[in-house]
Design a protein around this ligand. Structure first.
Ligand code: C5P
Length: 220
């Protein structure tokens, strides 16, 4: 078991950013990739904490799960936990922005047919914040793109200062049971599956976990 004795922290799913008590904005992430990785990490012997946005998925056996809704809540759950883990994998599709103010009551139509407009504030970048901790775990990020996967993944590698970014094509992964990954690090790229085909997310998660386990620093 390559991850025996290791602590692994994973974020998964979308976040939900409230506009008023009954509405909000979110995205199409299903959480399947993150939950598959949590299962694979547990199978590989790790002690796994999964911080999940709003998803309809069962908790993998033996995994500790913390449910959150907004990006801020995900940030507040992850930051104190991160230094207690050896590996952090950010698979969550965290909303980049949230409505700048939350209406205390349901926003009503005013009868004048004027649609409301919203100001947005930027959410904290959870992965970049963990990667900047002095006692940070080994950090892995995801990039869901619609084009130029390697280019955007490499840009994230530098901007977030993490050693590994796993790229996938957004429209071809959100909500699906299969996927194809591109591992981008300072030395080069590796496709999973290696022949560039698509493969079941659980099988891919196992292969990715084996690859990541080999990258972890050996501790005395
Ligand atoms: O910032 P961007 O969305 O391009 O990068 C995606 C990677 O960063 C993913 O690993 C995602 O989980 C993580 N992320 C995060 N917090 C954010 C935005 C993205 O942890 N606010």
């Amino acid at each position: 078991k390559p991850l025996a004795g290791k602590g692994v922290l994973i974020t998964a799913g979308p976040t939900f950013e409230a506009i008023d008590p009954v509405r909000g904005t979110t995205n199409l992430s299903s959480g399947k990739m993150g939950f598959s990785l949590a299962r694979a990490a547990r199978e590989a012997g790790a002690d796994v904490t999964l911080v999940a946005g709003p998803v309809h998925l069962d908790t993998p056996r033996g995994v500790r799960r913390i449910d959150v809704r907004s990006a801020q809540q995900m940030h507040d759950a992850v930051l104190p936990a991160a230094p207690l883990h050896d590996l952090f994998i950010a698979t969550a599709a965290v909303a980049d922005w949230r409505p700048a103010s939350l209406s205390a009551h349901k926003i009503k139509k005013d009868g004048k047919k004027i649609a409301p407009t919203f100001e947005l504030s930027e959410n904290p970048d959870i992965l970049a914040a963990v990667a900047a901790l002095p006692d940070r775990p080994y950090c892995v990020g995801f990039a869901a793109e619609s084009e130029k996967l390697e280019h955007h993944a490499r840009e994230k590698l530098l901007r977030k200062r993490v050693p590994l970014i796993v790229g996938n094509l957004g429209p071809a992964t959100f909500g699906r049971d299969d996927n194809a990954l591109l591992l981008v690090d300072a030395d080069g790229v590796r496709a999973l599956p290696e022949d560039g085909s698509r493969c079941d997310k659980q099988e891919l998660a196992r292969a990715l976990m084996q690859d990541i386990a080999r990258r972890l620093p050996v501790r005395d």
